[in-house]
Design a protein around this ligand. Structure first.
Ligand code: AVI
Length: 322
């Protein structure tokens, strides 16, 4: 099946090649250098992320799935009936399936995803599992204001589902702005069901971002491979390495691509110089205490109504309302 067969509505703000080049040039001219983490998720990056989720060290997926298996009925009960479920970043839809299985007569399911291939896959998988569920995919950047498709009937409430602790990939200021945008999108009676990874032993957290099989390293390096593919840049992948370190003070994993030697890279018509050991910051993955997260939500005008934890108490799913 190709993308046209599904006729995915595409938000006009999905980045163009020109926009991509500008973003990359600006990030690499900044001091320190940085690139946005959404650049990870082309088709290869999304496939590598799926593999990360299956690594034994990457406890986040294992714990969130275990949590959903144990608490999906209680979560669905809290959301209520006649819900329109809008998922930010449709991913593998495993957790969504667990949730939908317990939801009473959802009005529709709207997966929002910037890359067409994973969106297509999740639509197909869910369609097979829930043949009567109206699925209204939206190919868009969920960090921008969304034009949600008109639901087939009026929902009692819109629930924005944001699993995986992807909120942790935004720094505090961006996370508050995103939660505020979600607050506006869910409306007065709506809610946000969100996954938030919890603070824990540093060694466990660092292992999750430095798996022994090297899948996370390949995922990080794929960002440069993507730029070579899409922008014709000439990053030498062997001359950069993946580094993920837990900054305990900031409560977050900081992931960088580190230049192994002095080198120059062509990006469009620009030449970018790298010193030996110079880093490009590519991702943060924030970890929260329950108090941290309630305070973050509070800054966006949201209140934590309920919290569910996995059996190992490593990960939380929280329901936020106005
Ligand atoms: C998507 N996000 C929540 C992942 C994380 O844990 O921050 C992305 C990831 N990066 C490296 N491994 C996984």
């Amino acid at each position: 099946m190709n993308i046209r067969a599904l006729d995915l509505p595409t938000d006009a703000r999905t980045p163009s090649a020109g926009g991509l080049l500008e973003t990359v040039r600006r990030g690499l001219r900044a001091q320190p250098k940085r690139l946005p983490s959404w650049l990870f998720y082309d088709a290869q990056g999304s496939a590598l992320f799926e593999r990360i989720c299956g690594q034994p060290e990457y406890y986040l997926t294992r714990c969130e799935v275990a949590l959903m298996r144990e608490h999906a009925a209680s979560i669905a009960d809290t959301l209520g009936v006649d819900v329109r479920l809008v998922e930010y970043g449709s991913g593998s839809a495993t957790k969504t399936r667990l949730l939908l299985e317990h939801m009473a007569a959802p009005v529709s399911y709207v997966p929002v995803e910037i890359s067409p291939e994973p969106l297509q896959q999740s639509v197909r998988r869910l369609g097979e599992h829930f043949p009567h569920l109206p699925v209204q995919p939206l190919c868009a950047d969920f960090t921008r204001p969304l034009r949600l498709p008109i639901p087939p009937r009026a929902p009692r409430r819109t629930v924005l589902y944001f699993p995986g602790s992807t909120i942790g990939n935004f720094d505090t200021r961006e996370a508050i702005a995103l939660l505020r945008k979600m607050r506006a999108e869910m409306g007065d009676n709506g809610g946000i069901l969100i996954g938030a990874d919890l603070k824990k032993d540093t060694a466990l957290i660092e292992a999750a971002y430095n798996d022994a099989a090297g899948i996370t390293a390949a995922f990080t390096l794929n960002m440069l491979a993507r730029l070579n593919r899409e922008l014709g840049s000439d990053f030498d992948l062997a001359a950069f390495s993946h580094r993920a370190h837990y900054n305990a003070l900031a409560g977050r994993i900081e992931t960088s691509l580190v230049s192994q030697r002095e080198q120059k890279v062509h990006v469009g018509r620009s030449q970018i110089a790298f010193g030996k050991d110079e880093a490009i910051r590519v991702e943060v993955s924030c970890k929260y205490s329950l108090e941290d997260f309630a305070a973050l939500a509070g800054k966006a005008g949201l209140e934590v109504l309920r919290v569910w934890l996995d059996p190992e108490r490593m990960f939380s799913v929280q329901y936020l309302v106005r």
